[in-house]
Structure formats: structure tokens, C-alpha cells
Design a protein. Structure first.
Length: 404
């Protein structure tokens, strides 16, 4: 019986969305701009033989992107390939994942849009009081690494956690793993999650770090995301209701607030995430869904605007793909997609409103183009069909129609 393996390449947009102008993102193209920068740099063109076979450059071309010369003569894909635009408002991780799993967010999350003094004073006062803190630092829009350089030493000296946000619907708290304490930070995030109820904020994110002012600060793999639960049952719930196992690897369980997750495997770094996915594949039974989020594309490279780091991470991911492809059973369906863009050549440090790839491979499935799809939900609908589930309430199945 069928199984599905869904890999989210977090932030791998393939060209601006039709409504990108409203987000200040007209012209953004995460994949295209990385490919173009590599082609013009001493390091040389992007080498992605396996993602090319699965149709990533073809999907990029379909989305309207300028095809880099290195991909121009690529052979036809062996998979199904298409591009998807997000129907929900926003360009953040939870809405992108939920829509891909069949739930289109109809009420946009709240955002703290003031660049300075971003949070309501009464919210911060309540947090300080509830957690008996000496105060907080930050209270602004920031890049999470830049703010450590700026406020890390003061945090250590005062014991005040650093709170910050971005264009996304997030309340982020950074604190030193030893000086402040990891468990104390996680407890503080849970308190913040509860206090943020009136503000409809998508995620509270714990950002633990280590190091010292003299030697520099580094964020650790102990990041945790405390998301709002999806507003309706998703594909994950449908898989479980039908008796299938849902194995969530990496951030997936956090993003779905554990709803519909049978087993969660936390791992840090793309190699560990890939290994955990391979392990899950050997263990998963009939009807299972394995879902993995590869977060470093976004967190380590996209937000940091590290073009060549992103390129190298793509090449590394590509090099590991054959291990996964070799282990696929005849009735397994492998999906590759993304949740939004984060163009490392774009101004600022925020996500970009982009189309994302929909690549689907199964040993027995004849390759074809899937066209431009108008919702990420088409991915989930296709998985539901593949696993023999009832149709989800959103999305057009890409397995049964030639194009959207
Ligand atoms: O700059 P860092 O801390 O990585 O934060 C980024 O990560 C958050 C989640 O993607 C975004 O909202 C953005 O602010
Ligand atoms: Mn994301
Ligand atoms: Mn991000």
C-alpha cells in the first residue's frame, strides 16, 4: 500500500508570486537569483543534477524565472513538476505548511509592524511580571544574529531576555543557554504563547544561544517553535484518522502544534534531518506520511542573505537525494516543495512572497508538467489521493488532472 514522503525545502521560492507587489516582493526569485549569482561567481554554476532530474529548474521556468545557462540544456524531468502560488495572505512558515496540508488560512495572522518598540507595553509588562524578569531587551524588528552581536553582552550582564520580531507573525525570545538556562527560556516561551492569545500571532520562537562577547555568540539547534494550532484538521489528521502513521521530522511537529503528528523526530542540521528521514522511511508502514522540514535553507542562509551558503546547502541536499530515491518502494510518492521564499539577494532579512515548486516522483509515475497551480493545497490533495483518503476541503489533485 502507498506511502508519501514530503520534504519541505524551507524558503526555496522559485519566482515572485502574482500578488508579490503587495508585499514589496515583485522580482524576488530565491532559486533564480542564487543560480544567477553562482554562474557569475568564481565558485561556478549551481550543480544540482538530482533536483534537475526531479524538475526544479523546469518548475522555475514555469513560474516565469530566468533559466540559468547551466540548466538550459537539462534533460526532461523524470518526475511531475509544477509551481504553486499561496492562496492565503502572508509569507510565513505556518500558513505555507498548513495550506500545503489542505488548510488555507482565511484570517491573516497579526504582525507587530512597528520597527522599534514593536510590542504593546502591556504585553511586555505582563510577561515580565509572570516570569519575574528584570525586564527585556530588544523590543524591535531585527535579524536574529545581528541582535545577538548588539545585545548579547547586555543580556548576559542583566539577565534580561532579548525579544524581537520581523515582518512575520512572530514573537522571538533569545537567551543564553547556560547563563539564562534553556529550560527557563522554553518555559518563558510557553508563558508568552499564552499571553499572545489576543494578538493572533502565528509563532513564539525560542532562540537559545551560546558563546561570549569576546569570542562571539552562536545560536544552537535547540530552537523551538510554538505555533498556533491549525484552524481546521489538516492532511496530517486525515492520515491518522485513516490509520496511517504520521512521522514528523524537524520543525514539522512544532509548525502543526503537534496536531495530527504521531511521532516527532527532532534533529538539527540538514544531514541529521536527512538521516532521520531515511530512518523513518525504513520504519514507516503502509499508509504512512513522512514529512520533513529542512530549515537551514531559510534560517541559516536565506535570512542571513548568504547566497553562496544557500547554494552550497542546495548542492549538499542534492547530493544526498539518491540515497532517498534508492529506498523508495514502487508505491511510494516523494514530494518536494517549499513554504515561501527567502531570496538571499533581496533587501532586508525577511521572507519573500514567491511561488514554490511542486515536484512529485514515484517509480511508477510517468513524468509530466503540472502547470501553474493557484494554491499550495494542491500538494496535500495529491497526497490524500495517493494515500486513498477522502478528498481534503481545499486543493486540486495534481495526480488526476493534467494541469490546474
Ligand atoms: O532573523 P531570525 O532570528 O533568523 O528570524 C527569522 O526567522 C523567523 C522565522 O522564519 C522569521 O520571522 C525571521 O525573523
Ligand atoms: Mn519557512
Ligand atoms: Mn524564516
Amino acid at each position: 500500500m502507498a506511502r508519501a514522503i514530503w520534504l519541505v525545502l524551507d524558503s526555496l521560492g522559485i519566482g515572485h508570486a502574482p500578488d508579490a507587489d503587495a508585499y514589496g516582493d515583485a522580482g524576488a526569485d530565491t532559486f533564480g537569483h542564487i543560480a544567477a549569482a553562482c554562474a557569475a561567481a568564481p565558485r561556478g554554476p549551481l550543480q544540482l543534477p538530482n533536483l534537475t532530474r526531479l524538475g526544479l529548474p523546469a518548475a522555475h521556468a514555469l513560474a516565469g524565472g530566468q533559466v540559468a545557462a547551466v540548466f538550459a540544456a537539462a534533460p526532461a524531468p523524470v518526475a511531475l513538476w509544477g509551481c504553486m502560488a499561496e492562496q492565503a495572505c502572508g509569507k510565513d512558515t505556518p500558513s505555507g505548511h498548513w495550506e500545503s496540508a489542505g488548510v488555507v488560512l482565511d484570517r491573516p495572522f497579526g504582525v507587530f509592524d512597528a520597527p522599534q518598540n514593536s510590542f504593546p507595553p502591556e504585553l511586555l509588562a505582563a510577561l515580565v511580571d509572570a516570569a519575574q524578569l528584570p525586564g527585556v531587551l530588544g523590543n524591535c524588528h531585527a535579524s536574529g544574529t545581528e541582535i545577538l552581536d548588539r545585545l548579547g553582552a547586555e543580556h548576559i550582564a542583566t539577565g534580561k531576555p532579548i525579544v524581537y520580531t520581523s515582518a512575520d507573525s512572530v514573537f522571538q525570545i533569545a537567551a543564553h543557554e547556560q547563563g539564562f538556562g534553556l529550560q527557563r527560556l522554553l518555559t518563558l516561551c510557553e508563558l508568552a504563547r499564552a499571553l499572545l492569545a489576543p494578538y493572533n500571532i502565528g509563532r513564539v520562537i525560542a532562540r537559545p544561544f551560546i558563546g561570549a562577547a569576546a569570542t562571539g555568540f552562536q545560536r544552537t539547534g535547540n530552537r523551538r517553535d510554538y505555533a498556533l494550532p491549525p484552524p481546521a484538521p489538516t492532511l496530517l489528521d486525515a492520515v491518522r484518522a485513516a490509520g496511517g502513521e504520521v512521522i514528523a521530522v524537524g520543525k514539522i511537529s512544532d509548525i502543526f502544534a503537534a496536531q495530527g503528528v504521531g511521532r516527532s523526530v527532532h534533529a538539527s542540521g540538514h544531514d541529521a534531518l536527512f538521516d532521520a528521514t531515511l530512518d523513518a522511511l525504513t520504519q514507516a508502514g503502509d499508509g504512512a506520511l513522512i514529512a520533513t522540514n529542512f530549515v537551514d535553507f531559510d534560517s541559516v542562509y536565506g535570512h542571513r542573505r548568504d547566497v553562496f551558503g544557500y547554494a552550497a546547502a542546495l548542492e549538499h541536499f542534492d547530493a544526498r537525494l539518491p540515497q532517498l530515491l534508492e529506498h523508495l518502494r514502487a508505491d511510494d510518492l516523494l514530494l518536494l516543495s517549499a513554504d515561501h521564499g527567502c531570496d538571499p539577494t533581496w533587501p532586508g532579512s525577511d521572507h519573500t512572497r514567491e511561488q514554490v515548486p511542486l515536484l512529485a516522483y514515484s517509480p511508477g509515475l510517468a513524468p509530466r508538467a503540472l502547470g501553474k497551480r493557484s494554491s499550495f493545497a494542491d500538494l496535500g490533495q495529491g497526497i490524500a489521493t495517493h494515500l486513498g483518503l477522502s478528498a481534503l476541503s481545499a486543493g486540486r489533485c495534481f495526480l488526476t488532472s493534467q494541469a490546474a
